[in-house]
Design a binder for this molecule. Structure first.
Ligand code: TXA
Ligand code: MG
Length: 344
């Protein structure tokens, strides 16, 4: 992202990967001697790995790398940036990412590694990229069993990993299924045979004196109640993200947001895209460019930082240049529409 009239605080991120479908996908047995090492090297370089976990296969990327996370959405063909689950290797890593209270500690001790995801407040200074968490103040965390945990431990960073299937299709529970859905879009698949459980994790969000069950799974209500002594309740409107639609108007900045702006009105703050200057851009109070080269992956990785930058009480009006609708552009435009939606 490049910034006008202010020191850049976000480095311009190069796009080192080819377009959709142009990648050779290597499938490797999880038993092979160098499986962990090769997966770690791939992930460290911003690559994507189809990773076996005990629930379903995950489409894993470095959760601290915005471009890798943008590629996850791109590979899945997701129409929006709903928040992803972050996979961790241990409690030390968890404590760097989230604020753990006694209930969270009890849940982790009782159910991790295993098919339970816990939604917690994010820790201050967390290295997780805002695209992973959909710009929310909370983060969904899970410690998976098996080779996924080994890889995360060796990498030393959390992995964002939704189920490894194209958007709208059933979750992949075998390496062959991952290859059919995502072959050509990701660098590597580790084959550990059919998933042990075959169903996504239970998602729970601890609140003061209760647990909100955001997604049912193999860790059931009774086990959660027994472990914590707390009531397990269904979500109400404000307790979590049950559907991406509920992100509507979340992360909206203080000011009003005008989309598809082909010119700038005096005093507006401009979020630009691409090399072509927006008409009367000089009238803008300040400008950030999501991607001067017009790269949608780079733009996706910079989107939340740009919105956060202009989320200041003194900023009344934000203009956003048109973003193409193809590929990741659909998700970027979806998020921008939510930022522009009327509040209330
Ligand atoms: O079993 C699983 O959980 C699989 C394997 C690969 O680990 N992963 C998975 O991840 O299903 P994913 O990213 O598809 O799960 C996303 C769901 C979102 O739809 C949302 O419901 C919930 O996790 N979620 C993520 N972050 C959240 C947050 N901060 N607050 C509430 N819900 C959140
Ligand atoms: Mg899924």
């Amino acid at each position: 992202m490049t910034l006008g009239r202010a020191a850049p605080d976000v480095a311009l991120m190069p796009s080192g990967h080819g377009g959709l479908g142009s990648i050779e996908t290597v499938c490797l047995s999880a038993e092979s001697e160098d499986a962990v090492g090769r997966a770690v090297a791939c992930l460290r370089g911003g690559g994507l790995v189809g990773l076996p976990t005990e629930t379903v296969y995950g489409l894993a990327g470095d959760a601290t790398n915005g471009e890798a996370v943008a590629r996850i959405f791109e590979a899945k063909g997701r129409p929006g940036f709903n928040p992803l689950i972050c996979h961790v290797s241990d409690l030390d890593m968890t404590a760097r990412l989230a604020v753990m209270d006694d209930v969270a500690r009890v849940l982790a001790a009782r159910f991790w590694p295993g098919p339970l995801t816990i939604v917690l407040p994010q820790a201050e200074g967390t290295p997780v990229h805002p695209l992973t968490t959909g710009g929310l103040a909370t983060i969904a965390l899970r410690q998976p069993k098996g080779i996924a945990g080994d890889i995360i431990g060796r990498l030393g960073r959390p992995l964002a990993a939704p189920s490894a299937n194209p958007s709208g299709r059933v979750s992949a529970t075998s390496a062959a299924q991952v290859m059919r859905g995502l072959g050509g879009r990701i660098e590597m698949i580790l084959d550990a045979g059919p998933s042990e459980l075959g169903l996504e994790s239970t998602i729970v969000k601890p609140e003061r004196d209760r647990l909100v069950l955001l997604r049912a799974g193999l860790v059931g209500r009774d086990a959660l109640r027994e472990a914590t002594g707390l009531a397990v309740v269904a979500p109400d409107a404000d307790s979590g993200i049950q559907a991406p639609g509920q992100l509507r108007s979340h992360y909206a900045p203080h000011g009003t947001v005008r989309l598809d702006a082909t010119h700038v009105e005096p005093g507006e703050y401009l979020i630009a895209f691409g090399a072509t200057p927006t008409a009367s851009a000089a009238a803008a109070a300040e400008c950030v460019n999501l991607s001067p080269s017009g790269d949608l992956r780079e733009a996706a990785a910079n989107l939340f930082a740009a919105l956060a930058r202009f989320d200041r009480p003194e900023i009344g009006r934000i203009a956003v240049a048109p973003i193409p609708q193809d590929g990741l552009g659909e998700a970027i435009n979806d998020r921008l529409r939510r930022a522009a939606a009327p509040r209330g």
